[in-house]
Design a protein around this ligand. Structure first.
Ligand SMILES: NC(=O)c1ccc[n+]([C@@H]2O[C@H](COP(=O)([O-])OP(=O)(O)OC[C@H]3O[C@@H](n4cnc5c(N)ncnc54)[C@H](O)[C@@H]3O)[C@@H](O)[C@H]2O)c1
Length: 201
């Protein structure tokens, strides 16, 4: 598992529960420490350097890419040249495909036609995996988002953002002013503080 966040931790737990020998790679030492504590050594953890990532990818039967850099495209962690050194028939699952993908050879697929081969390596890059359990995932998502929707509907967007820092963090643009730092940095556009934008809204 490359990335030990929500996706990586759950995928690791399921795979280890099925008897697989699993290693989770992450750039966050704090996260690796937490995974070790919380899962009691059910799977191995390692810092995700370029060297450790390459070593494990080349030896793996299954690689799950589950990295997230908020606001930015996913970093390309497995390059095409790695595929030739992997086990024939090994599988790359790029969960981060909805953020551009973390393998060089990834392209988004659908549940209708989920896999393709590159250099003998199976790629699974379904951009909407929860769509396989559409009803369940919709109910789960709706339960989590409903309080925010109610706040927006009851108070209007500006007051709801003033009252809840999490909603304010979700404001990207208002009246032509960008308020999302990572996008401004990536595109070289001026970024305004959300609190200032809200003051005049
Ligand atoms: N395709 C789908 O249907 C689907 C479904 C759910 C989530 N996702 C995507 O899966 C990705 C992971 O989601 P999440 O909820 O687990 O995110 P998360 O923020 O919980 O975890 C991401 C982890 O990646 C780690 N990370 C960042 N850069 C790294 C690097 N270079 N090497 C190793 N680790 C690195 C972070 O430290 C973090 O622990 C996101 O891109 C999300 O959009 C896709």
């Amino acid at each position: 598992m490359i990335g030990g966040g929500n996706v990586g931790a759950h995928a690791a737990r399921i795979a280890a529960g099925m008897g697989a020998d699993v290693t989770v790679l992450d750039r966050s030492i704090a996260r690796l420490r937490y995974l070790d504590d919380a899962f009691g050594g059910l799977f191995k953890t390692r810092y995700a350097s370029a060297g450790s990532t390459e070593e494990l990818v080349l030896a793996a039967d299954l690689v799950v890419g589950a990295v997230l850099v908020p606001g930015a495209a996913a970093p390309r962690l497995v390059r095409r040249e790695h595929l030739a050194g992997m086990k024939p028939g090994a599988v790359l699952v790029d969960v981060a495909i909805d953020q551009g993908g973390c393998f060089e050879t990834s392209r988004a697929t659908t549940h209708d036609d989920p896999i393709y081969l590159v250099d003998g390596i199976v790629h699974y890059c379904v951009a909407n995996m929860p769509g396989a359990v559409a009803r369940t995932s919709t109910i789960a998502l709706t339960n989590a988002t409903m309080p925010y929707l109610l706040a927006l509907a009851d108070k209007g967007w500006a007051q709801a953002c003033r009252d809840d820092g999490h909603l304010a963090d979700g404001l990207n643009v208002h009246a032509g002013k960008l308020t999302y730092f990572a996008v401004g940095e990536a595109l070289g556009i001026d970024v305004y503080q959300t609190s200032l934008v809200l003051r005049s809204a």
